[in-house]
Design a protein around this ligand. Structure first.
Ligand code: DUC
Ligand code: ZN
Ligand code: ZN
Ligand code: ZN
Length: 470
């Protein structure tokens, strides 16, 4: 016996329990949960701290290629460093299949981008933009076999949107291979028409981004995707839901007994379209898709989190540098909103925002926080119980939180490679103070202590949302 590490005197919280006990760790695994453990080579006194499963952020974009000359601010090194400092121990990033490229090759390229760079464990989802017979029948089975068991499809963007027939065929392939389909639901043609209308009216500032894609385009696409999933008889995961009209569609589907699941993100709880100031290019710092809505929609997202409508809470970290010709201002300072790259940084701030505004302000319980931040991600994406909980046999991925620590978010404290945070000046109560990945401390007091290269690729199995018998 004997432990490499004992975490003593903390309050251990899982998605279902809150208990006072010590945690014993050996060889990167949790091997004991009990009172008064003895024989630790190292000990951490967690008196007054919460001992939570390390966060899993199942929606991040790192080193993902773009087709418009923009460059993502974070690669797997800086992105996982930032994630670790924000209380995370696993990220799932996207591998992008560009049109005309092989699905299998694109996953292999992302493996190379990540290998030996990560501070914490990582997994991949496969974005499919070119659902050829080769991709769906030859490559997809191999991709799933190697542990990339979820795919994302887009209903918008010129270079990514699938048409209805393609969506249908991808869902059929996902059903056959036991992969989970994630969908970015916005109607591309409608956005294009709205964009032309705004440009004719001279409304080309950043605010036009939100006005060109009102929630109705998201609601319509969500309904269409749900309908196809019903026809094909597959589960569907709707990413980055931004407000009430879309939540209604998700709940409508759930009431009908359809296996439809969804996530929301910090930007839909804390930002509004008014942040996309029209007069000023700084509004581009808030340009993401779907765009932030208004206070009523923020409330709808909070209420849905409290009611467990959302399975997970993710960052959709997709960072572009503001002061850069390959970032937010790549087409100049007074260009049309349509040339502003879509996405905002948030992998480090996701959990502190949910904890403070959710748990500290009494909107969700601590156990819901754990489910939304870690446990459900592990279940939905086929990593449970290795990841996402504190249990004997699970990986020793743990975040110690000080529930009373007061922090004012600012760019200067963050560890990403972006040059701003959309949450500058936000005052929070509760912050992760020590983060442990596979039994080793990877972040302490908001700074990295590990180093790149220790994070491993996690080959995922089937989603818990996929029926095991048909
Ligand atoms: N969708 C995402 O999921 N992330 C960034 C941009 C986008 O459209
Ligand atoms: Zn082959
Ligand atoms: Zn998306
Ligand atoms: Zn995204």
């Amino acid at each position: 016996t004997g432990f490499d590490l004992i975490i003593r005197n903390g309050t251990v919280v899982t998605a279902s329990d809150t208990m006072r006990c010590d945690v014993g760790i050996r060889e990167g695994k949790i091997v004991a949960l009990a009172d008064k453990l003895e024989g630790g080579e190292r000990e951490i006194d967690a008196t007054g701290l919460l001992v939570l499963p390390g966060g899993i952020d199942s929606h991040v974009h790192l080193a993902q290629p773009t087709s418009d000359g923009s460059v993502m601010a974070d690669d797997f090194e800086s992105g996982t460093r930032s994630a670790a400092c924000g209380g995370n121990t696993t990220v799932i990033a996207f591998s992008l299949q560009e049109r005309g490229a092989s699905l299998l090759d694109s996953v292999a390229e992302h493996h190379q981008r990540a290998a030996d760079k990560c501070h914490i464990d990582y997994a991949l989802h496969a974005i499919i933009t070119d659902p050829t017979q080769q991709a769906l029948e030859h490559d997809l089975p191999k991709v799933v076999q190697e542990g990339v068991s979820s795919i994302k499809i887009f209903m918008t963007y010129e270079d990514m949107a699938l048409n209805d027939g393609e969506i249908f065929r991808v869902m059929e392939a996902a059903r056959r291979e036991g992969a989970l389909t994630m969908v970015h639901a916005e109607n591309f043609d409608a956005i294009q028409q709205m964009t032309e209308r705004l440009e004719k009216a001279g409304q080309t500032g950043p605010r036009g981004h939100a006005d060109s894609r009102p929630i109705v385009v998201e609601r319509e696409a969500t309904h269409r995707a749900i309908s196809f999933a019903e026809l094909v008889d597959v589960p569907l995961f709707v990413v980055h839901v931004s407000g009430g009209d879309v939540i209604e569609q998700i709940e409508w589907a759930k009431r009908r007994g359809l296996p439809i699941y969804a996530e929301t993100c910090p930007q839909y709880l804390t930002l509004t379209a008014d942040d996309l100031d029209n007069a000023n290019m700084e509004g581009s710092k808030y340009v993401c898709s779907p765009p932030p809505r208004d206070e009523a929609n923020q409330k709808a997202c909070w209420d849905a989190l409290a009611r467990d409508v959302f399975s997970t809470f993710t960052s959709d970290h997709c960072p572009f540098i503001y002061e850069s010709e390959t970032g937010k201002q790549k087409a100049g300072a007074d260009t049309s909103f349509k040339y502003v790259p879509n996405g905002i940084p948030g992998v480090e701030t996701r959990l502190p925002i949910l904890f403070s505004k959710g748990v500290s302000e009494g909107r969700i319980s601590l156990n819901q926080f754990v489910a939304l931040s870690a446990t459900n991600h592990a279940k939905v994406y086929g990593m449970y119980p290795r990841k996402g909980t504190i249990a004997i046999g699970s990986d020793a991925d743990i975040a110690l939180w000080d529930p009373e620590k007061r922090v004012t978010l600012s760019q200067s404290m963050l560890n990403h490679n972006c040059d701003y945070t959309p949450y500058e000046g936000m005052e929070l109560i509760g912050y992760p103070v020590t983060v442990i990945s596979n039994g080793e401390i990877v972040a302490d007091q908001g700074r990295p202590t590990g180093g790149p290269g220790k994070g491993r690729f996690i080959a995922r199995g089937p989603s818990s949302l996929i029926p095991t018998t048909r």
